[in-house]
Design a protein around this ligand. Sequence first.
Ligand code: FAD
Length: 316
Amino acid sequence: MKVIDHINQAKDTLVSFEVLPPLKGKGIEALYRHLDPLMEFKPSFINVTYHRSEHVFKKRTDGSFEKVIIRKRPGTESICAAIMNKYNVDTVPHLICGGFSVNETEDALINLRYLGIDNVLVLRGDAAKNETAFEPEPGGHKYASDLLQQVVNLNAGIYLEDDLKGTQKTEFCIGVAGYPEKHFEAPNMETDLRYLKQKIDAGADYIVTQMFFDNAKYYAFVKACREAGINVPIIPGLKPVYSKKQLTVLPKTFHIDLPTELSNEILKCKTDEDVEKVGQEWLLTQSRDLKKNGVPVLHYYTLGKPHVVANVVKQL
Ligand code: FAD
């Protein structure tokens, strides 16, 4: 079932989770152990992130270095199918521009269709680890809106080979990313919203936000979106804080702020177990407030901390 249908048919705020595919060399069992305690909350859908390949330099025996391409977390599409099969829940694979030619993207979408997956979250992806700015693959997409257009075309039965006859239309429900604290490359919020609106006007069904720790920022973002003529559901993305290290890692990686009240509480903590308790309480307060204000879905980035998320959702 499509995410947008879940939202349209819901009588109350829904819950969804986001997971990472296993590291290469590991089995899927750890992911199941991660999801098992979350399934009692009947998530409407589960997102699976996409992780592009990286270049690394490996030392040869003669001391020289060899450039090799590795992909640490392959398998987004098949993990989605496995989760659907095991838990009978809808899944949303993340699909990125980075590292894909348009032909590879089309093949991935065809595979998703065969697997019975109705949803995609279309994203640009970040710069590769060895690059300073995002570079599209030769023959690939530059912006999420270009990738979105390819999915919209496929939904209309338009494939890359224009001489295909009697093509089947895909029926993907399409999500896109939004940034309550602005995408870090955008010169200002107005410009960022203009491009976000472009994605909605081109056919995106809903928005999922980057994580935020201050609900006021989410509400201001929703207001600004509505004023800009963006009227699709805006799903808040939520993440627990569980270690002191995140005080610097989160702002650096995701270009977001942590409210002073939260950072002060974390600084007072003696251990990461204490930080986890603070983070859990903060997430619960955020979630209660968002639910009270009628958000369509509470989308949790579970990332290694399913018990924290479970403790929060249990109390809602
Ligand atoms: P875009 O919408 O393409 O925007 C990128 C930048 O370009 C913005 O600054 C925007 O304002 C600007 N822009 C957009 N369109 C145009 C245009 N036509 N002309 C000029 N400028 C333009 N990354 C992963 O690699 N894998 C994941 O699984 C993943 N999941 C994510 C999930 C969520 C909910 C979020 C919020 C992010 C996720 N990301 C993921 C990170 C995401 O790929 C990065 O934030 C990336 O830098 C931007 O992606 P986007 O889809 O927002 O890009």
